[in-house]
Design a protein around this ligand. Structure first.
Ligand code: CTP
Length: 412
């Protein structure tokens, strides 16, 4: 039995009736529940049924003096251990992403200091609309968690992602958000009518970690941000994306299947298993070498120096680019160069046999001085077999979107 408290914000949507079952599950599980109904929510469930199920007065109005005297809306937003928004409508998500507070629900969302878990529900076209996608990403970046939506037939007769998750799945996600249960199912893929719909794209990202012994290893300072942004942008355009990732501190982008690896050898095997793919984008900073022997036990100091013998790792990009039945139609590599960016990138393209190289200028030229790993912006040149094209410097997300668009065009 849980002794936790849930503030349940019920938006307006045909699926709101499922919230009654969720409330019943929560009460049965020992949770204290207080509910806020939005004006649109009131059209679908009545304050009476929610009051009966929660055993608490339901709040609907920001300016209800009686209710405010009992528990003010700021206090209410802090009373909870977790805030749950279900159904989270496009309107509620948009307000929250924009920081608006023009009713009780949006004000509570702005005032709370607790985690917010949202269970979206809306029409499939709304769910894949760029503004909703943008709002969800923003809220994820703000620390919101999401469960669903599920795919299936919708009340409006269309088919796709947008159905409110089942009460049991939302209940599991609540337990998970409170650190009390099994992990929630991954969010449904954004299955918009994007140019990459039906395509499978493999992306690698992050550093690799090459163990020396059980507690030490060789790694590098790649943050994984650019690769994750690319995986997310490809999914936004409708692709099925497999992201093979070295150790990072990043959240999996919406709609992306992530496979975690540590070493270059594991990354190579995971990439091979993910094939066939229509395109591969190798963004990972793969360690060029690994210790020849990873000791089973921690290596002890002996008072002198130590020598670690390194052997070369396989080149995953070159391996994938090799002609053969499993070669993706488009193979894209990344390169970090400090000078002569286009020339070195063109040489790398030929040496590795890939189709494009996205060369990142990490030199001293830019206004901000040297670009460092983990930075938010990149200055890249796209080198293809036809020539080089310098892109305007931009955020990693801008570059990811542009690259995803170009991949969409190339796979047409
Ligand atoms: N790559 C790979 N497997 C490796 C090494 C690199 O797949 N073992 C990929 C990276 O993901 C990236 C590209 O190859 O797409 C980078 O090539 P690399 O030659 O490692 O680039 P730099 O480290 O920039 O090369 P150098 O300093 O040797 O010019």
């Amino acid at each position: 039995m849980s002794d936790k408290r849930i503030l349940l914000i019920v938006g307006g949507g045909i699926a709101a009736y499922k919230v009654l079952e969720l409330t019943r599950l929560l009460r049965k599980g020992g949770f204290g529940v207080r509910a806020i109904l939005t004006r649109a929510g009131e059209r679908f469930v009545t304050p009476m049924s929610l009051t009966a199920l929660t055993g608490e007065p339901v709040r609907t109005d920001l300016f209800d003096l009686g209710a405010e005297a009992e528990m003010g809306h700021i206090e209410l937003s802090r009373w909870a251990d977790l805030v749950v928004v279900a159904p989270a409508t496009a309107d509620l998500l948009g307000k929250a992403a924009g920081g608006l507070a023009d009713d009780l629900a949006s004000t509570a969302l702005l005032a709370t200091d607790k985690t917010v878990l949202a269970a979206p529900a809306m029409n499939v076209r709304m769910w894949s609309h760029p503004s909703v996608v943008r709002n969800v990403r923003q809220l994820e970046a703000d620390g919101w968690r999401f469960v669903g939506p599920d795919e299936g037939e919708m009340a409006c007769g269309e088919f796709g992602a947008g159905r409110l998750s089942e009460p049991e799945a939302i209940y599991d996600a609540i337990l998970d958000a409170l650190g009390q249960g099994r992990p929630a199912p991954p969010p449904a893929r954004l299955s918009g009518p994007g140019p990459l719909k039906g395509r499978h794209v493999l992306v690698t990202a992050g550093p690799t970690f090459e163990p020396i012994d059980p507690v030490r290893g060789l790694t590098n300072r790649s943050s994984g941000k650019q690769g994750y942004a690319i995986a997310g942008a490809l999914a936004e355009l409708g692709a099925r994306v497999t992201l093979v990732s070295g150790p990072t501190a990043l959240e999996t982008p919406w709609g992306v299947e992530r496979i975690d690896v540590e070493t270059a050898l594991e990354m190579e095997a995971a990439c091979r298993n993910a094939l066939p793919a229509d395109a591969a984008v190798m963004v990972a900073a793969v360690a060029d070498w690994r210790p020849e022997i990873a000791a089973d036990l921690k290596v002890k100091k002996t008072g002198g120096g130590a020598t670690v013998r390194l052997v070369e790792n396989p080149d995953i990009l070159a391996g994938l680019s090799r002609k053969g039945s499993t070669r993706p139609r488009l193979v894209v590599g990344f390169a970090a160069e400090t000078h002569d960016v286009a020339r070195y990138a063109a040489e790398k393209l030929m040496a590795k046999g890939c189709d494009w190289i996205v060369a990142n200028d990490v030199g001293l030229g830019g206004e901000g001085g040297p670009q460092v790993f983990g930075a938010e912006t990149n200055h890249v040149t796209l080198v293809t077999r036809k020539g080089a094209e310098a892109w305007e410097p931009g955020s990693k997300r801008d570059i990811a979107r542009k690259l995803a668009q170009r991949i969409g065009e190339a796979l047409k």
